[in-house]
Design a protein around this ligand. Structure first.
Ligand SMILES: Nc1nc2c(ncn2[C@@H]2O[C@H](COP(=O)(O)OP(=O)(O)OP(=O)(O)O)[C@@H](O)[C@H]2O)c(=O)[nH]1
Ligand SMILES: [Mg+2]
Length: 489
């Protein structure tokens, strides 16, 4: 640093790198102007030293000659501009200083935007990855552990749905404050997107430390949040993995913590789960299965089995229920209990159901053309499917394509699917009824629907759940329930 020509600035000079760095550590400066030929450093190193002490200070380099390569290089190093020794006047120097301060400020702002979440001010996914990498390096050096938490809010969607998106946003901000309050200095709290957060907990000595923080997170989240004058409650599901015990790769750690988080969701939410090795095994199995399921749809590996229904009095067949089976070329028959939940989760249930409806209707229509007595074909509808917007129309179109009169089709829907959104369900069911499609409630008696709801639905059939029917002949309680249901129906 050098006493330059008169400027509007107050200038402090240092004659060696060490002297300059000491000043920077001690006092506040707006800008550093530095020579690259200092007695105690080599060339560009000075830029790194300055940045290590103060990453926010703008830097201008003094050079001996005009040089485009140099200009590029110093900018890449993070300096803002350069001045040529002995050239220029106070005016130029002032301009370079002002411009460099401005430019540094812009860069800081861009950095902020690139690294922080604008809603909560927490680190974003990008900075999270950087911090995680650095945390792992530090842990190796200090022989400590790092705990990685993935935290997803439970049923956050319902807050958006009931109080609006702005309320949801406000809740995310409040949650981020509480999460930050749970952590220690040096830990990172980040928002990965949506309602998903993460904590990088450093300097961990043992798992007890981690359990403490996890308990603290659950505990702090228990209290109500005051959102737009409403008491809002939200719980987190937390997945935790520990470096280097569970894995040594940053990206694997994240997958681990994520699958542990899903496990916490499956275990009823509002809890934490530590990663265990077989969690990913499940995940891999699931991924394999998903790929296979997609192939099965392409290659039409599904078949329908038809379970006949007889009239008890006349002993005549009156209907059939179409049941899907998956004939995997390698593994043989795969039970729908295994693949339907996965199909629902991945959205593949849509194309599968389309296929079932088309196929079952085509079969029924063929039987009629072959001269058999007309029967009604029952088709199961997944709750996930039922809640889709244009479902009635979609079903109707499939039936029409198969040349079957809609009155020979009966849709089986579970109670839980209907009561999720009663008004919408009534609308869908009325549409279906309008076209002559029959409606049946499957597994009746196991849902939590109240009779007042059921009265509103245009239903044709109640299928009493097996659990009441199985011991009908021997268990008088079951017999009573079943006759009550029949009377009510
Ligand atoms: N208000 C608000 N909502 C968001 C934002 N980003 C994502 N969401 C919503 O957050 C919800 C997160 O969904 P999920 O975590 O999959 O579902 P969930 O309702 O929390 O249910 P579970 O996590 O399974 O317990 C979705 O409904 C998104 O639309 C955001 O920035 N603001
Ligand atoms: Mg969630």
């Amino acid at each position: 640093m050098h006493d330059a020509q008169p400027t509007k600035h107050l200038v402090t000079s240092a004659y060696t790198a060490n002297e300059g760095i000491a000043l920077l550590e001690d006092k506040y400066f707006d800008i550093v102007i530095t020579d690259l030929n200092l007695p105690d450093t080599e060339g560009f190193n000075i830029i790194t030293y300055i940045q290590d002490v103060n990453s926010e200070i703008p830097i201008v380099v003094l050079s001996n000659q005009e040089d485009d390569d140099l200009a590029l290089e110093i900018v890449q190093m993070g300096a803002q501009d350069y001045l040529i020794k002995g050239q220029g006047d106070g005016y130029l120097i002032n301009r370079v200083i002002d411009y460099s301060i401005e430019r540094k400020r812009d860069i800081q702002q861009l950095n902020y935007l690139a690294n922080y979440d604008s809603l909560t001010g927490l680190a974003n996914r990008l900075l999270f990855r950087e911090r995680l990498d650095r945390a792992l390096i530090r842990a190796d050096r200090n022989k400590t552990l790092v705990a990685l938490f993935v935290i997803d809010l439970d049923r956050f969607k319902s807050v958006n749905d009931s109080l609006g998106h702005d309320a949801g946003d406000q809740l995310l901000v409040e949650v981020s404050k509480r999460l930050s309050a749970c952590t220690r200095e040096g830990d990172t709290v980040a928002r990965l997107g949506g309602d998903e957060f993460t904590i990088i907990m450093e300097d961990v000595k043992n798992t007890d430390d981690v359990v403490k923080i996890a308990d603290k997170v659950l505990d702090l989240m228990k209290r109500e949040f005051d959102i737009l004058s409403h008491d809002v409650f939200v719980t987190p599901s937390i997945g935790i993995t520990i470096y280097p015990i569970d894995d040594t790769h940053a990206s694997h750690l994240f997958v681990n913590a994520d699958s542990a988080m899903y496990q916490a969701k499956e275990n009823g939410r509002n809890c934490y789960r530590f990663y265990t090795a077989n969690m990913n095994l499940h995940l891999i199995e699931k991924m394999d299965m998903e790929a296979k399921l997609r192939r099965a749809i392409d290659k039409q590996e599904f078949v329908l089995h038809y379970q006949p229904k007889f009239c008890v009095d006349s002993k005549e067949p009156i209907g059939a229920e179409a049941l899907i089976r998956w004939m995997d070329p390698d593994e043989g028959m795969i039970s729908p209990a295994l693949f339907i939940p996965l199909a629902e989760e991945t959205g593949l249930v849509g194309p599968i159901t389309d296929w079932v409806i088309k196929e079952a209707c085509k079969q029924n229509s063929e039987w009629q053309q072959q001269g058999y007595k007309s029967i009604r074909m029952a088709i199961n509808l997944s709750p996930k499917q039922f809640n889709q917007r244009d479902i009635a129309k979609r079903i109707f179109n499939q039936i029409i394509c198969s040349d079957l009169a809609p009155k020979y089709v009966e849709l089986e829907i579970t109670e839980s699917a209907l009561v999720e959104n009663v008004d919408k369900s009534i609308e869908i069911l009325n549409d279906l009824k309008k076209w002559g499609i029959q409606i049946s409630i499957d597994d009746f008696g196991t849902g939590y629907s109240s009779l007042s709801y059921l009265k509103k639905f245009p239903l044709d059939t109640l299928k009493i759940d097996q659990s009441f029917v199985r011991d009908l002949m021997s268990d008088p309680d079951d017999a009573t329930i079943v006759s009550a249901i029949i009377a009510m129906a």
